[in-house]
Design a protein around this ligand. Structure first.
Ligand SMILES: Cc1cc2nc3c(=O)[nH]c(=O)nc-3n(C[C@H](O)[C@H](O)[C@H](O)COP(=O)(O)OP(=O)(O)OC[C@H]3O[C@@H](n4cnc5c(N)ncnc54)[C@H](O)[C@@H]3O)c2cc1C
Length: 429
């Protein structure tokens, strides 16, 4: 059987796979990128219709190309997909679309991996897994299927018109949850929003977007989440030009806020009594960033307009002061539940010794425990910025360097053997 050989095989052509290809081209490493669907498929089909980037165009991009948009604009998802496609063309990325990678295993007795794909076998010395951190929709097993309510994940939500009539419970108040709840409420639907622990940075402060503040304060470079905040989500939005998420406003506009969704028995939903605490902690996170920004302005003598009113928070709304702790699905008229509860990963197709007992990659800055296996696009891969377009670009550079360095070691071995053989010295294999 004819087996194609390649030095490095990259799996996935989202932003991570494209950035990887650019750096491999620069490092002179021959490679191929296999993508089961289309370039930037995640942005095309696994997001809701109205989604725009959470960061402004000047910031959420690769260093080598600007968006064809106002730098301060929040680019719609299709614009992001187009940008990534244009970028792949610009860097001449050798991407093959419509090719699914179904298994990767080490070749016994010699270097390299045997990779099964929907288009045949490939042997590769290195495999870079750039399949994204948002692979499988996670719906916690809280509400039994027999309850009859329509349950979807945020990745399946498209627009208000597609949902059956009735009230909607959105579970999760990260960027997806708050944006979807807000959109449904504006469309005239009755919305309940179940709020867990979250950060909520100001969209802008003293004339600068929060992404700028996180940059100058060095917070994108944090290497690990602060202990205890690993599951804290971030509530930001670029919708309608970008607005600070404040749960007071959402409540004022008619969304009923609830604590974490805990259980459902006989159609009776129960919620944790943590709503007030979650909102207060989110407020604290917001205020901390304002204070850090003020200190930075003062220390650096910057001429940025003061914004004392941003520090003044309104009183907590009644639904937070006196939270509803249980709801009957029928009485509340809830016909749809949208789980904005995040994503999981699935590496079961990789038959290599590189995963912990929970199936999570064991790696250092993306360099896998199994030599020759690399990961890219993991959250906190090297730092906070790792899962963003610009952050993944820097991580890709490190992986390309690691692959080129590994090749040098292998080359050294080959040269030594050649030199030794020439001089008549025998080397035992
Ligand atoms: C709702 C939402 C909004 C976001 N907004 C922003 C934002 O504004 N700015 C920002 O910087 N980031 C944002 N992100 C985060 C992140 O940038 C995106 O999720 C991005 O798509 C991740 O890129 P990736 O290349 O790591 O993964 P993906 O885009 O998921 O790409 C992985 C690719 O691998 C392919 N693939 C998977 N398995 C295989 C296989 N076995 N064989 C072949 N191909 C395979 C998939 O088809 C896919 O195309 C957002 C994320 C979400 C969920």
């Amino acid at each position: 059987m004819l087996i194609e050989t390649v030095d490095t095989l990259v799996v996935g052509a989202g932003q991570a796979g494209i950035a990887m290809s650019e750096h491999l081209v620069k490092a002179g490493v021959s490679h191929v990128v296999l993508e089961r669907a289309r370039i930037a498929e995640g942005w095309r089909t696994r997001r809701w219709d109205s989604l725009v980037a959470n960061g402004p165009a000047w910031h959420d991009r690769f260093p080598g190309m600007t968006f064809k948009a106002d730098p301060d604009a929040f680019v719609p998802k299709d614009g992001v997909a187009q940008y990534l496609e244009d970028y792949a063309t610009m860097v001449d990325a050798p991407i093959r679309t419509g090719v699914d990678v179904t298994s990767v295993e080490r070749i016994a007795g010699r270097a390299g991996f045997r990779v099964e794909t929907s288009e045949g076998l490939i042997e590769a010395q290195n495999v870079v897994v750039a399949t994204g951190a948002f692979q499988t929709a996670v719906i916690p097993p809280v509400i039994p299927a027999e309850s009859g309510v329509n349950q979807i994940h945020s990745s399946q939500y498209r627009n208000p018109a597609e949902l059956p009539e009735g009230s909607i419970l959105v579970v999760g108040a990260g960027s997806s949850g708050v944006q979807i709840a807000d959109e449904l409420n504006r469309a005239g639907r009755d919305v309940y929003l179940s709020v867990g622990p979250h950060d909520r940075p100001p969209r802008t402060y003293r004339g600068r977007d929060f992404v700028w503040w996180l940059g100058v304060l060095g917070l994108w470079n944090m290497e690990k989440p602060t202990p205890g905040t690993e599951h804290v989500t971030i509530a930001v939005s670029g919708a309608r030009g970008g607005e600070t998420i404040d749960f007071r406003n959402l409540a004022e506009q008619g969304i009923l806020l609830l604590g974490r969704t805990e259980s459902c028995v006989d159609g009776e939903l129960t919620f944790a009594s943590d709503l007030k605490l979650n909102i207060q902690r989110g407020d604290e996170n917001y205020l901390n960033l304002l204070r850090a920004a003020d200190t930075f302005v003062e220390k650096n003598g910057l001429d940025l307009p003061e914004e004392p009113e941003a520090h003044v928070l309104e009183a907590l709304p009644d639904c937070v002061q006196n939270p509803v702790l249980s709801l009957n699905l029928t009485d509340a008229g809830i016909t749809t539940i949208i789980w904005a509860t995040g994503y999981g990963v699935d590496y079961t197709w990789m038959k290599v010794d590189c995963f912990d007992e929970n199936g999570r990659p064991i790696h250092q800055r993306g360099v896998g425990r199994e030599p020759g296996i690399f990961f890219l696009g993991l959250p906190w891969q090297s730092r906070r910025g790792s899962s963003f377009i610009w952050g993944v670009w820097h991580d890709a550079k490190h992986i390309a360097d690691s692959i080129a360095t590994k090749a040098k070691y292998m080359e050294y071995d080959a040269q030594t053997r050649a030199a030794s053989t020439d001089s008549g010295v025998k080397i035992r294999a």
